[in-house]
Design a binder for this molecule. Sequence first.
Ligand code: PEP
Length: 256
Amino acid sequence: MKKEYIIVANWKMNKTIDESEIFVNNFNNLLLEIPTSKVIFCPPFLTLFYMNELLKDSPYGLGAQNLHWEESGAYTGEISAAMLTSSGISHVIIGHSERRQLFGETDKTVNMKVQKALSSGLTPIMCIGETLEDRKNNKTLTVLEYQLNNGLENVAAGDLGKIIFAYEPIWAIGTGERAEPEQIDEAHRTIRNVVESIGVEENISILYGGSVKSININELLNINEVNGFLIGGASLDVEEFVSIIHQTEKHIKKDN
Ligand code: PEP
């Protein structure tokens, strides 16, 4: 069966509106053909709205980097699911390790956000991953299980297949040190098993994130368990990002 990849660009707090426009123009010029992979851009909130205009009539998806679990109200600085869906946004990153570590996100808030996204018709991109200390203490798989069991509490089995999972070892994010293929394979299998044991019936998509670059993408593409990538730093450089997409497309063609 033809493998389909999902490639998510997490721009974090980078790029102004002008810089985004330059990026999109260069992206369209550099791409050799429309990719079969699903490419999703997750720019900052303010740019998201403008990117929606820039990418109108394109096959690319748009995602937010966060949302609030309440419908509306006195939550200064927050964005609701309805604001996203009414602006044409389809995806939302939830539980990124930077939000967990720097902004107090917990498995409980991740859980409320995942439920809100699902009930609003948004596709959650749910991030989980271990710290370096967890890995050194052989706790990686236990941590992943814990994050999944708590982050997915009360999510209906029928909704689990609508979630995109992202395995992001925290020690590999923005460090230039990506995880080894065996580590990724083991983590992705664990995620698949835990989600299956909760009750999902269809195949779930699990992305790998953590220092994905054009120089290591080929090795990552050879890991069967990987359904795509969540890319931070390398998605900010248009040539680098397009190279990752081109190599992914080449890999797909080679396999078919
Ligand atoms: C990320 O932001 O989720 C990420 C994986 O960043 P980087 O690719 O820069 O490691």
